[in-house]
Every structure is written in structure tokens, then in C-alpha cells.
Ligand binder design. Sequence first.
Ligand code: SF4
Length: 407
Amino acid sequence: MDLLDTLTAKGLRGETPTREEALAVLATTDDELLDVVAAAGRVRRRWFGRRVKLNYLVNLKSGLCPEDCSYCSQRLGSKAEILKYTWLKPGEAAEAAKAGVSGGAKRVCLVASGRGPTDRDIDRVTDTVAAIKDADPAVEVCACLGLLSDNQAERLKAAGVDAYNHNLNTSEGTYGDIATTHTYADRVDTVQKAHGAGLSACSGLIAGMGESDEDLVDVVFALRELGSDSVPVNFLIPFEGTPLAKEWNLTPQRCLRILAMVRFVNPDTEVRIAGGREVHLRTMQPLGLHLANSIFLGDYLTSEGQAGQADLDMIRDAGFEVEGMGEGTLPRHRADVAAGAADATGGCGTAPAAGACGTGGGCGPCGGHAHGSADDGAVAAGADDEARTDLVRVRRRGAGTELAPNA
Ligand code: SF4
């Protein structure tokens, strides 16, 4: 297939495909799917080998957000029966983080619901980062706290935060359909603030909100242009009690095509399968590892994932290996330009990870739902999945509860 030969050759050189080529990946048929996965898998192995980076979410503050992101179970007016609690104490957060690191995670993602942090919130996160790094100085910390004001990114950097997550989620053209209390430009501004302060930028998308193929390609190219070091790909978890609860637009095959497209556009960037992996890829999850080089271990912010041990078993059974704490994530040429990677070292084309966070929380894959209705003509090809509400489970363990976390 000429398209795949072209995309593979470009990816192996670290080059970005054209927009038309990216759209063509999304338009491939089920008969072509394994060829698409194999081609994008070659690109993945070129830059990331068979390593899988594990990330662990700690939801520092859950629910009660004043913003109206329609995909989010923590949004204003959400009827989703999620856990709701205010800021965890630094020791509680560090304890939760420890469980993930013990399970194999090299990155801890500290997430808080809300429009953005106050300066007092930055103090709280500073104390939490200190507690986590006191216990394990090598662990990477990513913060995901919403829109940043001036100087807050610099304060987080000084506190020892390695990366900042803030997802663009969807295209600029449709952003107004998924949230009205802030703009796409606000989100871009925060990613730029984080990057400008020397934090590794982590920014991704949510698929399955009723967007078109063009919207998906738009946001993925925008993320490439923004210089995101890590691209979390969320698959909408249609939470009951949110505006998008009835939108089930994804099949496992569609998810794999999306991941392949994201990989081709970001050949040498960390691509992470984020929220919705279990709900939408289901038994096809192992094929996703041939495309993405990073996943979350265990549970998400407000929903449960599969058991952490099942994640580890899947990685091993599929012939991949968990990336070690001392191993670099990004290829060296990417790490050298990534924020905070000035001290990059190491052979084999890699360098100490600048890392990137990722799923949801304050602004990632909370497991909500989003975007225009299914009758607006924007529903993508392959959008005929049955509702699997049985796979959507509200998180009832770990941070904010008395029960042991899933890690
Ligand atoms: S995505 Fe973030 S800002 Fe939007 S409603 Fe959810 S927690 Fe609030």
C-alpha cells in the first residue's frame, strides 16, 4: 500500500506526514487495519523500542469544578456520582503516589479539578512534590492544575515539577461546542506558559466526542506545532450524568486508526493511551501498545481502569517491557529540545526523560463526554459502537478513600 510505505518511510526519518496522508489513515478499512498497525508499529519501535512508560494518576482534588467541559464528570452541574473531595494533604498524596511507583510507574501525575490554581494551591502542590521526591527523588512529577496565571509555571518548575499537562482536547474550530467557560486560546496559552518556564509540555486530545476526521487531524497537527513532548490520547468515557452520556462513537478499530494517525504525525513524541482504553479498545488493548509507547497504570481520575497487575501482564504478554526509572523516554534529538532536558545524556539514542503527563484530570480524561450531538453530521466513520455502560465504573478506591489504590 503506497500510503503506508510513504508514512513508514517518513516516520522512520522523524518526518511529519501531510494532512491528506493523516486523513487517509483514518479512512482505511478494517481489512487494512493490521497493515496500518504494522506500519505505525515500525515507527514506534524505531524511536521507542519495545518500552512502555507507565504513568500513575493521583487526583488531588475531585469534582465540584466551576467549568463546563461537557466531556467531564467533574464539570459544573455534573450528575455523575463520582468521588468529591478537596485537596489531599501532601502526605496522603505522597502515599498514593508511592503505590503507583511501587507498581512500576516512573511518572506521577498530580491532578486537581478547577479552572486553575490559586497561588495557595501552588503552595500545596509544592509541598506535595517535596513529599513525593523525598521518598523517591528519581520519580518524574507532572502537574495538571488547569489554566495557569503568570509566574505559576515558574513556581512549579522551581518546586521540582518536571512536566505540565493541559490538553487541547479537540480542534480550535469545534472547541466552543465542548466548553464555553474558557477558550481554545486559553488552553494554548497555558501550554505555552508551561513550555516557556522549562516544564515539559504534555498536551493531548479526546476522541469520540462527535468530532470529524478533520477535527482530529487539526488537533493532532496543532499539538505537533505546539511542541508537546507527550500526547495523551483519550477515548471519551460517556459518563452518565454528563451532557455526552449517550454518545458512543468509537469502535476498537477506530481507536487503533486514531492511535496510528497520532503516531505517524508524532513519530518521535511520547504517545500515551489515556482514559477510555479499557472501555473502547477492550480486548484490542495489546495492539495499542504497538502504536503508543506510554499508558496509565491502574485507575483514572474518576473512573476505574483494569487492575494494575492486568496492565503489567498485558505488557509482558504482548512482548513489551516496562520502561525503567533511569531510562530515557524521548529519543535524544527530541529530549534535547524538550524542556528541562539540557542535561540529556545516554546512549542508544535516548536521554533522560523530560516526560509528560497525561490523562485527565483537571483537564484531561476525566471520563466525561463532549461535543456536538450525533445528528450534526460530524460523526466520524466507524461511529457505530454499542453503548458499553457496563464497562464504565466510577472510581471508589485509592486517593480520597480509605481503600487501597489500584496499582
Ligand atoms: S476538564 Fe478540568 S476544567 Fe474542565 S470541567 Fe473537568 S476538571 Fe473542570
